[in-house]
Design a protein around this ligand. Structure first.
Ligand code: NAP
Ligand code: 8YV
Length: 323
């Protein structure tokens, strides 16, 4: 398949670059003096696209690539890709679901515990020599807390399975009630926030969820409430969160995702009562290796005539054409 040309818009992990280089002709846009001029030069030959992580890929990109057939996304979240527009044009979009589910759920539990029991703060207390003078202050507890999950999907369910072992009450909100889960469904996000003490967000980004965790939801979560976000930063109205944390409308927050990554508001960085992580939910060697392999496998499968491995719902595939 070396006659098939794949465009890459930003650097990706070596496994992906090597895998695509081995099977196809890889066209790297990011390391050219004028990437846009390079894309124009190679555009007519490009049949596959590996945009890289969180690279906006919409009609403006599709317009440049008249023979594009497939976009292979690194990550299960594909909110930076206009998948509906791709579907309208007959372009397949694939992502990397399932291979990262358990990893992200593990991280979510770790972030929850770190935030409730103030683990990074206690670590700093020791390292700063403050334990020599006084014990670390007592913290809130997870015991007796009610956890509300926004986005009870693959990862949300894996988080729920873990939380069952912690003996906490679990509820959830999404667009649909799910009859096959042992958790209470809350029909609105405000209801979920009002009836939990930890609001754990793992919903996808995009227009539908943009800023849905705002002032009203944070007020409903309340002064003993803790927000944990491992989904997308865009789901949370970040200025509203900063206001809520500053005014103690909510107790604290544990965040792995932010609206303008890798830039994080200085106000959040200055807060000692929040835990901040640099979007590491799936960032283990093993899981990123599995994700990277799936990026390559989708392209190889497609150009071998076997269809995509993991097409997104907006670009379903059955047989010889988009469904
Ligand atoms: P998934 O299986 O598709 O689950 C998504 C869930 O979100 C579903 O339960 C869906 O339920 C709910 N949802 C979708 N739109 C919604 C809306 N408008 N309002 C409320 N709920 C909504 O996806 P997943 O594999 O669990 O991944 C979830 C997200 O986690 C990804 O999209 C990504 O953004 C994020 N993620 C982050 C990391 C990280 O490193 N921090 C790693 C992996 C994934 P309904 O259909 O019932 O609404
Ligand atoms: C990664 C993620 O940050 O899968 C996702 O949606 O957010 C994470 O796995 C990213 O997408 C891969 O670099």
């Amino acid at each position: 398949m070396k006659d098939v040309e794949i465009l890459m818009l930003s650097p990706m992990m070596p496994l992906i670059m090597e895998g695509i280089d081995k099977a196809f002709t890889l066209r790297r846009a990011w390391d050219k003096p004028d990437p846009e001029a390079y894309i124009r030069e190679v555009a007519s030959g490009i049949r596959g696209l590996a945009p890289g992580s969180h690279v906006r890929t919409d009609a403006s990109v599709f317009d440049k690539l008249p023979n594009l057939e497939i976009v292979s996304n690194m990550g299960v979240g594909y909110d930076t890709i206009d998948a509906k527009e791709a579907g309208r044009r007959g372009i397949i979009v694939t992502n990397t679901p399932d291979v990262l589910t358990e990893e992200v759920a593990d991280l979510a539990i770790g972030l929850l515990l770190a935030t409730v029991r103030q683990l990074p703060q206690a670590d700093r207390h020791l390292r700063d020599g403050k334990w020599l003078k006084a014990p670390y202050p007592l913290t809130p507890t997870l015991r007796g807390r009610r956890v509300g999950i926004l986005g009870l999907g693959r990862i949300g369910k894996a988080i729920g399975r873990r939380l069952e072992g912690f003996g906490v009450e679990i509820s959830y909100h999404g667009r649909r009630r799910q009859d096959d889960v042992p958790y209470r469904y809350e029909p609105t996000l405000v209801d979920l926030a009002r009836n939990c003490d930890v609001l754990l967000c793992v919903a996808p980004g995009g227009a539908e969820t943009n800023g849905i965790v705002g002032d009203e939801v944070l007020r409903a979560l309340g002064p003993d409430g803790i927000l944990v976000n491992v989904g997308r930063g865009s789901v949370v109205d970040e200025p509203a969160l900063i206001r809520a944390l500053t005014s103690k409308t909510i107790l604290s927050a544990g965040l792995d995702v932010f609206t303008d990554e890798p830039r994080v508001p200085a106000e959040l960085i200055a807060m000692d009562h929040v835990v901040l992580l640099p979007h590491v939910g799936s960032a283990s060697v093993e899981t990123r290796r599995a994700m990277g392999q799936l990026v390559v496998d989708n392209l190889v499968s497609w150009f071998s005539g076997k269809g995509p491995v993991t097409p997104v719902p907006e670009t379903p595939y059955r047989g010889t054409a988009l469904a």
